[in-house]
Design a protein around this ligand. Structure first.
Ligand code: CDP
Length: 687
């Protein structure tokens, strides 16, 4: 039974219903700008549904974050009093809760991109709402470019809405040939801002003191505390709970401390949406998801540490760094605004006003300018758009030429494009698999070599973005992990596979996980992802496949086939050991000295020597450059990659990217089908 629907909210968006519908009726593209919490995510889709827009197709609402897609669809289903997955549903990578009846579909921007591969015109939708465009996620930026093309082809039957809390409306309007911009006035109450005189040396401690001060001196009202990531949040939650308990009994009202971040299980996330209680102060300790993606009602006080955790890719070294960086002024103002939704509020900024004015950037750098673009470029290449030259694709803010060329080189080394920059048959199949290019290439190779089942397991664990290990990251945790069957001579991918296979052998026993200090929830998640991935692969291969996890490795005792497949998939993420010590340098068009990450299970031989060649899942820069998730590979497998490197000519790669003629495409598609059939045959031979 669905829970009883709450009274319909009267939100600013709903008050402007007629104006919005008139603009949408008259224009193919409309930009809607409104305060966070004004109802853009929950109401726009319902308004257009009520006004008959779902008669010709469904309404898609994209979200950059999975957590928002799930939580907003749940809320809308509740408001319409329908079971989730019926008229209202959501689709995120590896999870689809929609049915044939679904007419309001919340989905991540990545899922919509993927849907457009099999249905380039997205005919199933009459309306596409790109929500939270101000987040400027990589996928939303690509979708903006794509929508610009699509509205030309579907001028008569597609409406596109772009919504944002802060986005520069004029810039987007210009991008869409002067489309109308609706500014929905918000109902924000004034928020008083307090600044620190200097940056605290420890912002967790400083946030704690401020929180306790508010609790002791201020009238009831919830407190939203911005932290940079899950680790900080966990620390903050436990310390805050401890300090509140130590307060003199009866000196303050009751308090409840709640974490809020993207990797929180859904049942814990919903707690922050429960109505606030007048005699209990809630402290919500959140990442930047609470800036604009999720609206928490009842907040009167905001504590802003002024930092955010940001992933940054450097195309000249191929390295990711996860840095705690200063927020932008737009972010700071969004954070402050959270305090003024229900009544006048207060925002405590743990930095001086001079830093806000002189050091913070005006706006956050869009993700497209700080990510590896290999996946996006492969996607664009696979669309077969006429006249497309990747270097000239119409981006709202173009990425650097260096990062586009980096993407082309990466794709070439793993056979997704040829030396002229044309997408290959392998590349087309890769684009259909919702994994990053290195993993989709590994799966295709594993299928050829007859170890698809094992590769699926490894890909699932790596792409579920989880940590299997329990909270204890100390040596003890590492030792326990090593007590699992062998693995250390070949590296982390193999270890992950062995962990999963042993768990499978235990009958997926939760006790087995806790005995080995593995997180049961993460293990279950990787199993779910694996099941989903198997379905997807079967669909692509169009046939029955045997991808069961429980396998005997009698025929391949040293995981040679899987390691070889990994070597092909990660051909652009290869490192060679230095002659006289265990340091490595990366192999390829850019070289970089790197170390094996201390968490790796890879071990040296009896002389302490590490393998000559390894592939790595990612390069991260923390205290120094590290390779994380490493697998030992053989020199003979590396040689073909070195040969390709010799032939690599980036001018050819980027210059030859115009699409082939239609007649050539027909031939190519035939080849793809035969490759898929081939996959089918080979899969039935798997293990
Ligand atoms: O998209 P925008 O920030 O403009 O607002 P919204 O997400 O549509 O939120 C409108 C209202 O719905 C707010 O009062 C939210 O607190 C509420 N809401 C909710 O209760 N649960 C959700 N999962 C999402 C929104």
């Amino acid at each position: 039974m669905p829970s009883p629907s709450p009274p319909p909210p009267v939100l600013p968006i709903s008050e402007h219903e007629d104006e919005i519908v008139a603009a949408v009726d008259a224009n193919p593209v409309v930009v809607v700008i409104g305060e966070t919490g004004s109802g853009k995510s929950t109401q726009l889709s319902q308004i257009l549904h009520r006004r008959g827009y779902t008669r010709r197709g469904a309404i898609a609402v994209t979200q950059p974050r999975r957590v928002a897609a799930v939580s907003v669809s749940r809320r809308v289903a509740q408001e319409l009093d329908v079971p989730l997955g019926d008229e209202v549903g959501y689709a995120i990578r590896f999870e689809d809760r929609t049915s044939e009846r679904t007419c309001i579909k919340y989905l991540t921007d990545g899922v919509l991109l993927h849907e457009s591969l099999s249905n380039p015109e997205l005919k199933q939708y009459s309306v596409i709402i790109l929500d939270e465009a101000h987040e400027r996620s990589l996928n939303t930026d690509i979708l903006l470019g794509l929508m610009k093309r699509l509205i030309k082809d579907r001028a008569s039957d597609l409406k596109v809405l772009i919504t944002s809390a802060t986005l520069d409306g004029l810039k987007v309007s210009k991008f869409f040939s002067g489309c109308p911009v609706l500014n929905i006035p918000g109902t924000l109450f004034p928020v008083e801002r307090f600044y620190s005189t200097e940056r605290p040396t420890n912002y967790i401690e400083s946030s704690l003191r401020t929180a306790i001060d508010i609790h002791a001196k201020e009238p009831p009202g919830d407190v939203l505390i911005f932290m940079t990531g899950k680790d900080d949040i966990d620390k903050m939650v436990s310390k805050l709970e401890e300090r509140i308990q130590n307060l003199e009994e009866g000196s303050c009202i009751d308090a409840l401390v709640l974490p809020l971040h993207g990797s929180l299980p859904p049942e814990l996330q919903v707690r922050v949406f429960a109505p606030a209680h007048p005699n209990c102060r809630r402290f919500i300790v959140a990442t930047n998801v609470a800036e604009t993606s999720l609206t928490v009602d009842g907040v009167v006080f905001v504590i802003d540490c002024g930092y955010v955790k940001q992933r940054q890719y450097n195309p000249s070294s191929g390295m990711y760094s996860l840095d705690v960086v200063q927020i932008s002024r737009v972010q700071a103002d969004q954070r402050a605004g959270r305090a003024g939704r229900t009544r006048p509020g207060k925002c405590y900024r743990l930095y001086p006003i001079s830093i806000y004015q002189n050091e913070f950037l005006e706006a956050t750098v869009p993700e497209i300018q700080r990510s590896s673009l290999a996946g996006s470029v492969l996607y664009l290449k696979s669309l077969n758009l006429p006249d497309i030259n990747i270097l000239k694709f119409d981006f709202l803010d173009p990425p650097s030429r260096e990062s586009l060329e980096d993407a082309l080189r990466q794709l070439y080394l793993i056979d997704a494009i040829d030396e002229n920059g044309q997408i290959t048959d392998v590349g087309r199949v890769m684009a259909e698999i919702p994994l990053e290019p290195s993993l989709s290439r590994t799966l295709i190779e594993a299928n050829e070599l007859g170890c698809l089942s094992q590769a699926l397991t490894v890909a699932s664990i790596l792409s579920a973005e989880i940590t299997l290990r329990s909270a204890s990251k100390d040596m003890d945790g590492k030792r326990k992990r090593q007590e699992l069957p062998d693995g250390s001579g070949w590296g982390d991918h193999i270890q992950l596979l062995q962990i999963f296979e042993s768990w499978d052998q235990s009958g997926y026993d939760p006790k087995w996980c806790s005995d080995h200090e593995l997180q049961v929830r993460s293990m279950k998640l990787s199993k779910d992802v694996r099941n989903q991935l198997c379905q997807i692969i079967k669909k692509i291969a169009k046939g029955s496949t045997d991808v069961h996890a429980r396998k005997s490795r009698k025929s391949d005792p040293d995981y040679r086939k899987l390691r070889r497949a990994l070597c092909v998939g990660y051909g652009n993420q290869l490192a060679e050991r230095m002659l006289h010590h265990n340091g490595y340098h990366t192999v390829g068009y850019r070289t970089q000295l790197v170390q094996v990450h201390p968490s790796s299970v890879l071990e040296g031989d009896e002389y302490g020597k590490f393998p000559m060649y390894v592939i790595y899942h990612e390069l991260i820069s923390t205290t120094r450059p590290y390779m994380r998730n490493i697998c030992a590979v053989k020199q003979a497998w590396v040689e073909p990659i070195l040969k390709k490197l010799e032939k690599l000519d980036v001018n050819r790669l980027s210059g030859g990217s115009s699409a082939p003629k239609d007649s050539e495409l027909l031939v190519e598609n035939k080849q793809v089908n035969s490759l898929k059939k081939d996959m089918d045959v080979k899969q039935s031979e798997v293990d």
